[in-house]
Design a protein around this ligand. Structure first.
Ligand SMILES: Cc1cc2nc3c(=O)[nH]c(=O)nc-3n(C[C@H](O)[C@H](O)[C@H](O)COP(=O)(O)OP(=O)(O)OC[C@H]3O[C@@H](n4cnc5c(N)ncnc54)[C@H](O)[C@@H]3O)c2cc1C
Length: 459
């Protein structure tokens, strides 16, 4: 049987987790809650609803298979990074709201770890934290500024720590290290194992999962597919990078591609030269995002942005492959770790993530229509989607909790511009970040263009 998952994660997931769990929706049915999208957001929502209200009839409608989207493809950084900076949250909702959001993100990573252990899921979790290397003077300055911001918001060295060059190299022996940052609030996971374990659990507890069932419309009280519909008073949109394909939601989130590669398993001697002994996730502090993890089978899974945004928010399987971006990723990786120059790249893949116009994730429920949503996580949805699912469960069950009082609940981002402005703006942003890194290497000064662009986004 062909794999229902992609690339490295498909090849390393147990066969029992890599087969369909649901059938196609082929009639008209009813439920108490219908969730569109079988990724982390949809399934954590189902999971938390079941925990709190086991008798609720929860139905999930998934276009392909649970885990087909970003949840089955990502870099496996389960981090406490909320996709809006503390100053940005504070400007809109106040300092206390920013602090509460961040503290909750810390608790979220711990809660996911506890859940994995309690459920007995085998997802290759390693709570080794994250190390972020500063490899140029500008990056070092950025690290110091980040620490100043953390301290200003009351987060101490137990949460975010400035590392010397030696301390950084002890964890991550990359080239040119001048210093770095470390946070314990991050866990490496195998993303596809997590989503398929979660889906299996949710189905075993009684949720109905329809796979191979793309929703063609999502309106108050009803979700329709070409072969059947689900009527329910609560309709949850959990489609993230695919949201633009849903009628009425074309300009809510832009799909931006993140691409990844994986090396063959590396020898113990090679790992002695690279580090990551605790399977810390890693990055450096350049402008254009890169991210990596040491997998449980001793490969490097490494990814980054840089792929173009496609006109009209279009999403196609061929966009998952972009040889130029893979070449750039590989060049970056061997620049970090020259010791792997002759190692093989065994897998390349990618997928769309969802970016709101103000880069501010949100979740919420409109009580008048029964329409709920969670998303816009940019590249930080592994942790945030758990919080989104738990919060949606509280909102749907009409419970007022600390979670439902957080700043991102019912936050509204304005819609993206129509084309061609969306295409021009998004690709300009991606190019600005790449150009900014080159300029910083050349001038040894922070890029003014990158700062200007960040300001445009309100970060
Ligand atoms: C390559 C890559 C690397 C990433 N790395 C990280 C990382 O290391 N750490 C991190 O925190 N985040 C990372 N992210 C982002 C993270 O994976 C996502 O934010 C998160 O998985 C979003 O989960 P979701 O359930 O909201 O969306 P998805 O997992 O995308 O799920 C949406 C689901 O909706 C389904 N769907 C779409 N349209 C329809 C329809 N019409 N009807 C029914 N179903 C539909 C899709 O098939 C899909 O299964 C990465 C993303 C990518 C692409």
């Amino acid at each position: 049987m062909a794999s229902i998952l992609t690339a490295l994660w498909a090849d390393t997931v147990p066969a029992a987790l890599n087969k369909p769990l649901g059938t196609r929706l082929s009639e008209d049915v009813t439920a108490d809650v219908v969730i569109v999208g079988g990724g982390y957001t949809g399934l954590w929502t189902a999971y938390h609803l079941q925990m709190q209200a086991p008798d609720l009839r929860v139905t999930i409608v998934e276009a392909e298979q649970a885990g087909f989207g970003a949840s089955g493809r990502n870099g496996g950084w389960c981090s406490a990074h909320f996709p809006a900076s503390l100053p940005k949250i504070a400007r809109k909702y106040g300092v206390a709201a920013a602090q509460a959001m961040q503290s909750t993100m810390h608790d979220t990573v711990a809660a996911i770890h506890t859940t994995i252990k309690r459920e007995g899921w085998q997802v290759d979790a390693a709570a080794g934290g994250a190390v972020m290397a500063a490899r140029t003077p500008v990056q070092l300055q950025r690290a110091e500024e980040e620490i100043t911001t953390w301290r200003r918001f009351g987060f101490g060295a137990e949460d975010y720590r400035l590392l010397t060059a030696v301390e950084t190299t002890d964890r991550l022996a990359a080239t040119d290290v001048l210093g770095g940052l470390y946070t314990p609030h991050c866990m490496a996971i195998h993303p596809a194992k997590l989503i398929r374990e979660l889906a299996t659990t949710v189905v075993a507890r009684g949720a109905t999962l329809y796979e191979d069932s793309p929703a063609v419309s999502l309106t108050a009280g009803i979700v329709r597919t070409d072969h059947g519909s689900v009527q329910a008073p609560i309709v949850v949109r959990a489609t993230e990078g695919y949201t633009a394909t849903i009628p009425g939601h074309h300009r809510d989130l832009v799909p931006v591609y993140s691409l990844m590669l994986a090396t063959e398993p590396l020898s113990a001697a090679t790992w002695d030269q690279i580090g990551l002994a605790e399977r810390e996730t890693f990055t450096d502090l350049r402008n254009l995002v890169i991210y990596g993890q040491r997998t449980a089978d001793d490969r490097i899974a490494f990814g980054g942005r840089g792929a173009p945004y496609h006109f009209g928010s279009s999403i196609k399987p061929e966009f998952d492959q972009n040889s130029l971006v893979f070449q750039q990723l590989w060049a970056t990786l061997i620049d970090l770790f020259p010791v792997i120059v002759n190692r093989e790249v065994t897998h390349t893949w990618g997928g769309p993530l969802g970016v709101p116009r103000d880069w501010f994730a949100s979740c919420g429920l409109d009580r008048t229509t029964g329409l709920a949503w969670s998303g816009g996580y940019v590249g930080d949805g592994v942790g945030t989607s758990y919080l989104g699912g738990a919060t949606l469960a509280d909102l749907i069950l009409d419970q007022s909790t600390e979670r439902t009082g957080l700043a991102w609940v019912n936050h509204r981002s304005r819609r993206w511009e129509p084309e061609p402005l969306r295409w021009i703006g998004t690709n300009l942003g991606l190019r600005t970040m790449t150009a900014a890194d080159t300029a910083e290497d050349r001038t040894a000064k922070p890029s003014t263009r990158a700062r200007l662009f960040s300001r445009l986004l309100g970060s």
